[in-house]
Design a protein around this ligand. Structure first.
Ligand SMILES: Nc1ncnc2c1ncn2[C@@H]1O[C@H](COP(=O)(O)OP(=O)(O)OP(=O)(O)O)[C@@H](O)[C@H]1O
Ligand SMILES: [Mg+2]
Length: 427
């Protein structure tokens, strides 16, 4: 009796997911699942493509917000260039360095040297420690001399590198007669600010083109998710769910990674609640969870005062009738909240600085408003996201979990608002 085999505690059949791995964060989609970036693929190929014909490539810097396909497209094009080069009897290597981990020149060059060795029959020992950058460069040049006509080096999250010397070394290598191999660098960053400082960091030897990847629009996100529909069992996704997920993600950030995460979270919600299908409601809920996670992530390094300031602003918005509040108004509520959690408040000026920091993180927007010459100008702060999400995210901090759950107040409508004594006692 096949049905009785196995422990019923662990169902062997997943009623919701079929190939869940397609929705995992680290999953790299196959070529035929990459959609909506044809122009970007063409552009990157145009910069590095000369390698496949035995000519020198251009260096390229790719900028764009998180989840816009920068890493994916770079690797994809580099691998295809490598294959195309092989067809022309050109030995082209592809090297990928995640500079958020290899964040010094020593670490980055060590990784380059080690992966070059791995890809070839290079015999010499490359020490893991105790040697400097120069020795790693020596190995790199020797391996290039011995085994390659060209290499494409992808430096991902390049803004995390503590200096940009590696760019100069790689671009001058031929001129300095270190190697005859052509080297094409693809640098990637999601910090537009990095672009402004890049010219100061490097000299003209690192000539490069710039490409900008834009956030995905709703129809592109729809296509990306449609292409992974088989992550779910047949007929589990209700009509309209992918469309809704795409519309929400496009409105918020246009981030493909986030959109896919929301879809997966919606499936998990459906499974947890014993539902047979994934509905629009599951998507809505998953989107909220994702947004709260995002805010928690953004504010994770913030001080308790910054969190209380956000909480104060969110609670004022929920209990009041305005979206924007002055620093002074936020400060007054903040002082009351500090009392509740037995924390000494910082000064109003200190709080103002904390609010500015949050504006920088993209959680709030602050706008200067003139009250006429005699009154002077003041700042008005608004939340970029739903105040309920802020309240939830702040209360996830274990030292702040006893703060009133204003988010429930917002859900409960005006009736609760009048009755809730504890909450209204602050306003
Ligand atoms: N055009 C696309 N087609 C299919 N899936 C995509 C596409 N773009 C992105 N994705 C999915 O989203 C994930 C994130 O993309 P990617 O890692 O390339 O973003 P990124 O721009 O490098 O973001 P970050 O700046 O955060 O590193 C990918 O692993 C992939 O699963
Ligand atoms: Mg990336």
């Amino acid at each position: 009796m096949a049905e009785q085999a196995g422990d019923p505690l662990f169902q062997s059949h997943d009623p919701i997911f079929n190939r869940k791995e397609l929705l995992h964060v680290g999953h790299v989609p196959d070529e035929d699942r990459i959609v909506g970036r044809d122009d970007e693929i063409q552009s990157v190929a145009a910069e590095v493509g000369a390698i496949t014909r035995g000519d020198p490539p251009n260096n390229v810097m790719i900028y764009g917000k998180t989840g816009t396909g920068k890493s994916l497209i770079s690797r994809h094009v580099a691998t295809r260039a490598q294959d195309a080069a092989r067809n022309n009897d050109i030995d082209c290597g592809v090297l990928y360095v995640d500079c958020s981990e290899a964040n010094t020149e020593t670490r980055a060059t060590r990784q380059l040297a080690l992966s070059l060795k791995e890809q070839t029959g290079y015999q010499q020992n490359i020490p893991l420690r105790g040697v400097g950058t120069m020795e790693y460069y020596q190995h790199i040049w020797r391996i290039l001399e011995g085994f390659f006509d060209a290499i494409i080096v992808i430096l991902d999250e390049i803004d995390k590198l503590d200096n940009s010397n590696i760019l100069m070394q790689l671009s001058r290598a031929r001129e300095a007669q270190k190697t005859d191999a052509y080297i094409g660098v693809i640098g990637i960053s999601n910090k537009v600010k990095y672009r402004e400082t890049l010219d100061e960091r490097i000299d003209s030897s690192f000539g490069h083109r710039e490409l900008f990847f834009h956030p995905y629009d709703a129809s592109q996100l729809r296509e990306i998710m449609r292409n992974r529909e088989d992550a779910f069992q047949p007929n589990v996704l209700e009509d309209g769910t992918i469309e809704l997920c795409a519309a929400l993600a496009a409105k918020k950030h246009g981030d493909a990674r986030k959109a896919i995460e929301i879809l997966k979270e919606a499936g998990e919600l459906a499974r947890r609640t014993g539902s047979e299908t994934v509905s629009e409601q599951h998507i809505q809920q998953a989107q909220e969870v994702a947004e709260i996670n995002r805010i928690e992530e953004l504010t994770s390094g913030a001080t308790v005062h910054a969190k209380l300031a956000l909480y104060a602003l969110a609670s004022r918005i929920i209990t009041g009738d305005r979206e924007t509040h002055k620093t002074r108004e936020i400060y007054e509520r903040y002082v009351g909240i500090c009392e509740m959690v037995a924390t000494d408040p910082i000064t109003e000026n200190g709080l103002y600085r904390q609010l500015k920091e949050q504006a920088f993180l993209g959680v709030i927007e602050s706008e200067k408003t003139g009250g006429g010459r005699s009154q002077g100008s003041y700042l008005l702060h608004r939340l970029v996201t739903d105040p309920k999400h802020i309240i939830k995210a702040v209360r996830r901090d274990s030292s702040l979990e006893d703060l009133p759950a204003y988010d429930r107040l917002a859900d409960g409508g005006s009736e609760t608002r009048d009755r809730d004594v504890e909450l209204s006692s602050f306003s």
